[in-house]
Design a protein around this ligand. Sequence first.
Ligand SMILES: NC(=O)c1ccc[n+]([C@@H]2O[C@H](COP(=O)([O-])OP(=O)(O)OC[C@H]3O[C@@H](n4cnc5c(N)ncnc54)[C@H](O)[C@@H]3O)[C@@H](O)[C@H]2O)c1
Length: 473
Amino acid sequence: MMMNMRKVTIIPSVLARAVKARCLAGTQQQQRLFLSSMDTDRWKTEDWEDFTKRGKYSIQTYNKISTKGLAKFPQEMYDVSPAEFASGPAQALLIRSHKLKEDEVDVSVRAIARCGAGTNNIPVARMTEFGIPVFNTPGANANAVKELILCGLFLGSRRITDGINHMRDLGEQGVARERVEKDKAMFGGREIKGKTMAVIGLGHIGALTARDAAGLGMVVKGYDPGLSVQSALFLPQGLELMDSITSAIADADYVSLNIPYIKGDGGTHGIIGADVVRHLKPGAVVLNFARGELVDSQAMKDHLDNSDGRYVSDFPDDELWDHKNAIIIPHLGASTSEAEDQAAAMAAETIRDFIEHGTIRNSVNFPTTELAERRDHAMRVTVVNKNVPGMVSKIATAFANAGINILQQINKSRGDIAYNVLDFDPASVSDLKVDLRDLQKELTLLDGVLSSRVLFGIPGAGYARNIDGKYHV
Ligand SMILES: NC(=O)c1ccc[n+]([C@@H]2O[C@H](COP(=O)([O-])OP(=O)(O)OC[C@H]3O[C@@H](n4cnc5c(N)ncnc54)[C@H](O)[C@@H]3O)[C@@H](O)[C@H]2O)c1
């Protein structure tokens, strides 16, 4: 970790006195103006200037990130630049496929977002140890993938790709016009309307697929033991929920796989194996736009060898790539400009919510924490700590000892990490016993605390880390 940050100075007693005075006089509008001018007084400019890079949050990007997405960061509050051109420490990192190394995460970094669903290019476990939330963008590419699944549905119903290749051959021979009407008999197909579709996995992609399959006039069945309320809202009326993969696919003409790939015992590696494939109807078309490893290629080959069934997949397959009944697509599911825009916009909004308000949404390692609006003029302090007993009371005690009355306190945990959010009104502090700067230091250096933030005033300032018992601001 790089440690090149300047000290941030908070002078709360001055602020508290000023806010109190402000409360006694003037309209609300005047009060706000007064407070905002006090915001800057509160910080010693020479101390925070380098750290905050002229008072803006600094976001560093890896890979080319959609400009439409980056436009979610207002220019007056954020400096956004590629990491290789960045001139100072960043508050947050935005990444697509870059394999992030630990030493690229400066001590100032308080959040990392991946524009996409998977986060295996980020050392998440290490980030959790440092108390840094990692965010992703679940569902941002769901529409793109669903559209390609629908494309696969049509490709699997007619011999369109064979027909296109044949036309190319005829064209090269210069006989396309004379042969086309005769040869088209080789490429017949069937219609989708009235056929049965089984959707395995009814998450972001599966739910949209089920809805649109019903819209095409299909009978839709689904299987998902972990169906979420959010996904259930997208499901079409009349969808029949089944209790196993085999019962869902038993009379299906089409099967759409939309489940995650999970290695190891109880995972989904080869989940569509011989024991499942033998339940497929002879002409069933399997659409795999989830992950190649879900399907046992040999079992699928037997299905394709012995019936008119089809396998349409978005993933390379050493066994099936040239099978006459397989259509293999080069992982194009999420490859649309809209999906990239959507993922970048979602990542940017998630980072903004965390940086500006402390809200945690779509994190792969931190607890979801939806926060009420910070009251006017309230200060918000967030504390990230190890999830061990006694932390909440230690943190509350530090506030009480400082003479600060807490307006609201929230504590959430996930695995080894806990997240505390405390709001207080500086104007209500009549007898401040500890300088807020010292309070932040005391909080941060509590055994088990990893970092703290004061969300108020100048963007980018107010972050402190406890690294092996040493204080870094
Ligand atoms: N082709 C592509 O380019 C592309 C792009 C994005 C995602 N994907 C794949 O699509 C998958 C689904 O994406 P999503 O955004 O819908 O994910 P999601 O997490 O929203 O949904 C997955 C659903 O599968 C369910 N599930 C898990 N295990 C199951 C099982 N054994 N049987 C039945 N249901 C099960 C879960 O409960 C969840 O509802 C991803 O895991 C990913 O592998 C592919």
